[in-house]
Design a protein around this ligand. Structure first.
Ligand SMILES: NC(=O)C1=CN([C@@H]2O[C@H](COP(=O)(O)OP(=O)(O)OC[C@H]3O[C@@H](n4cnc5c(N)ncnc54)[C@H](O)[C@@H]3O)[C@@H](O)[C@H]2O)C=CC1
Ligand SMILES: O=C(O)CCC(=O)C(=O)O
Length: 462
């Protein structure tokens, strides 16, 4: 395994995949797959580079930039760029490793990669952000291309940053190509890409609810706890509201807002407008008229999970390891039945054990317990629509909103069904009343698809 002792996030992501495979019958039935593990765990290439720019005060700044080109067996490297002060190689390796299997779950021809810059964009001007993006792309442009590596956004990189990064690539390379996804609609972007991760998360969760309740229940009337208030959280919240659910929380790195009556679509819209200027939730609820009548409770320094009261669904949508074991127990005590991650590796290993333990404790098939979906399956809608954006760029075509949304739904439901069936096929669990493990199912499907491509291409051999 390629983890260094100081790479805890990568080690956690690797351990989750490996334990899923080992706790199934895969290696027993097909021993050849075990040989893939040490190979797939090592990135094909890691690029680390210096990024320097002049800030608004006229001072020189420098930060480390990265691109982890993890695996290209199934297609060009594909995955987002994160601009955040916590960015380091452990985090990007974990994200890149997850991305390999996530992208395989889309059913599209996409390899896996991830990159980023260790920088805090908060409080910086639009002009300085443009200079940072140009400085970052000065080096990255040498290593990417529409058939080599196609980055996109992640935390801290939204439509504005993708625009500057694209402009920089175009000017350095003198080439207009679909080298990034999440582009503006006016210049090669796909309809529904901004919405795709949040919408896809809700479509996936809808498939879970539908299956577990035999079509008797939906989001209508459900109380849904969401964390985060960025791209993924906003569109997940809007889709839940559209489907008749009540969104009882959102959060940012400073605190959480809780609303027993439900956060409204207007409030989500206000958050969306204010976030581009780096306003905190505390500032937004104090300043925006959408919060004047329909007030929310603000909890400084808190994550939502232990504060939400009774909930049916939990959708972590902020960042990694944002649900602890204790918080998972609190959610179970609050009645949660469905947990699906919008964030990558949103749950700690302890939290997953709590959710999976609950699933396995099911006493009868007619009363299923908690069901947990890992991010690599439930948040895969974003990269899936990025794949559709690449297809549209290649065709020089623009698909309609309805067409992309239908395709997204189909991809999410297929991913759910594939994980379910594969979890059953390789299950060695005794409790036949329990719902299949979506963690094991997603890891098995993603791993087998990538491993088969690696065997075919001679990356590993029997
Ligand atoms: N944007 C996309 O298409 C995809 C994003 N994701 C994942 O979804 C999560 C959210 O990403 P986006 O919404 O795109 O980013 P964003 O930058 O739009 O929003 C990030 C949100 O997380 C919160 N946050 C960041 N660090 C935090 C911390 N330490 N504690 C609490 N809250 C924190 C921020 O306040 C913000 O609300 C990340 O885990 C990302 O990797 C996963 C798949 C695709
Ligand atoms: O759209 C993409 O290429 C990447 C999205 C992403 O970074 C992710 O799925 O975590």
């Amino acid at each position: 395994m390629s983890a260094q002792p100081y790479e805890p996030e990568f080690q956690q992501a690797y351990n989750e995949v490996v334990s899923s495979l080992r706790e199934s019958t895969l290696f027993e039935k097909h021993p050849k797959y075990e040989k893939v593990l040490p190979v797939v765990s090592v990135p094909e290439r890691i690029i680390q580079f210096r990024v320097t720019w002049e800030n608004d005060k006229g001072e020189q700044e420098v930060a480390p930039g990265f691109r982890v080109q993890y695996n290209s067996a199934k297609g060009p490297y594909k995955g987002g760029l994160r601009f955040h002060p916590t960015v380091n190689l452990s985090i990007l390796k974990f994200l890149g490793f997850e991305q390999i299997f996530k992208n395989a779950l889309t059913g599209q021809a996409l390899g896996g990669g991830k990159g980023g810059l260790c920088v805090d964009l908060k409080g910086r001007s639009n002009n300085e952000i443009r200079r940072i993006c140009y400085a970052f792309m000065r080096e990255l442009s040498r290593h990417i291309g529409q058939d080599t590596d196609v980055p996109a956004g992640d935390i801290g990189v939204g439509g504005r940053e993708v625009g500057y990064l694209f402009g920089a690539y175009k000017s350095y390379k003198n080439s207009w190509e679909g080298v990034l996804t999440g582009k503006g609609l006016n210049w090669g972007g796909s309809l529904i890409r901004p919405e795709a991760t949040g919408y896809g998360l809700v479509y996936y969760t809808q498939a879970m609810i539908d299956y577990a309740t035999k079509g008797k229940e939906s989001f209508a009337g459900k109380r849904v706890a969401i964390s985060g208030s960025g791209n993924v959280a906003q569109f997940a919240a809007l889709k839940v509201i559209e489907l008749g659910g009540t969104v009882v929380s959102l959060s940012d790195s400073k605190g959480a807002i809780i609303s027993d009556a439900g956060i409204t679509a207007e409030q989500v819209q206000a958050i969306s407008e204010a976030k581009i200027n780096f306003k905190s939730l505390e500032q937004i609820i104090g300043e925006y008229s959408a919060f004047a009548e329909n007030k929310v409770k603000y909890l400084a320094g808190a994550r939502p999970w232990v504060h939400v009261g009774k909930v049916d669904v939990a959708l972590p949508c902020a960042t990694q390891n944002e649900v602890s074991g204790e918080e998972a127990k609190a959610l179970v005590a609050a009645g949660v039945k469905f947990v699906a991650e919008g964030s990558n590796m949103g749950s700690t290993q302890e939290a997953i054990q709590v959710f999976e333990g609950e699933r396995l404790s099911t006493k009868s098939a007619s009363e299923p317990a908690v069901w947990y979906a890992p991010g690599k399956a439930s948040n895969m809608g974003g990269v899936a629509v990025s794949g559709l954006e690449m297809a549209q760029n290649s065709q020089r075509m623009t698909w309609s909103r309805e067409q992309v949304d239908q395709e997204l739904k189909k991809i999410m439901v297929n991913c759910f069904n594939d994980s379910l069936e594969t979890a059953r096929e390789y299950s060695n669990e005794d409790n036949k009343d329990a719902l299949p493990s979506l963690v094991k199912g997603a890891n098995l499907v993603g791993f087998i698809r990538v491993a088969d491509a690696m065997f075919d291409q001679g990356d590993v051999w029997e």
